[in-house]
Design a protein around this ligand. Structure first.
Ligand SMILES: N=c1c2ncn([C@@H]3O[C@H](COP(=O)(O)OP(=O)(O)OP(=O)(O)O)[C@@H](O)[C@H]3O)c2ncn1[C@@H]1O[C@H](COP(=O)(O)O)[C@@H](O)[C@H]1O
Length: 107
């Protein structure tokens, strides 16, 4: 099976944001404005945290998916590229992290 990445989901969200598909949840949510998108992001974060506290791995998996989706929607609405977030993370990793990645790719 082809690996599904955050980049793939980000591209789908970007396409829906540009579409006029009234059946699209993404399009409908974005039309409600950044405050509603941010509210959904916050709700999903809380639901994921509750699942974590309850050590409910199945629920956490589902809520984590909702959380990542809603985070990407908010980034899209505010024109913050996912690449910028990944660059921020890469910058925090430092040389050791990059060496570990290169080592994994050689395995
Ligand atoms: N990953 C997701 C995804 N995760 C969660 N959700 C939606 O997020 C909503 C959150 O759940 P809630 O119960 O809080 O929703 P709700 O009660 O309807 O929301 P509100 O009334 O509170 O706004 C649900 O309606 C889910 O369907 C998602 N909707 C879409 N995607 C992806 O986006 C793609 C495009 O979807 P559409 O925009 O619908 O075409 C899909 O193919 C998926 O890949």
């Amino acid at each position: 099976m082809t690996k599904f990445t955050l980049e793939d989901l980000d591209a789908i969200i970007a396409a829906r944001a540009q579409s006029s598909d009234e059946m699209s949840y993404t399009r409908t949510l974005i039309d409600k404005g950044v405050a509603k998108c941010a509210q959904k992001l916050g709700e999903e974060a809380v639901e994921a945290a509750i699942a974590a506290v309850q050590e409910d791995r199945k629920e956490l998996t589902s809520e984590a998916a909702d959380l990542l989706y809603h985070l990407l929607v908010v980034l899209n609405v505010l024109n913050v590229p996912l690449d910028d977030v990944m660059a921020e993370l890469a910058g925090r990793t430092g040389q050791t992290g990059l060496e570990e990645k290169a080592s994994r790719q050689q395995e």
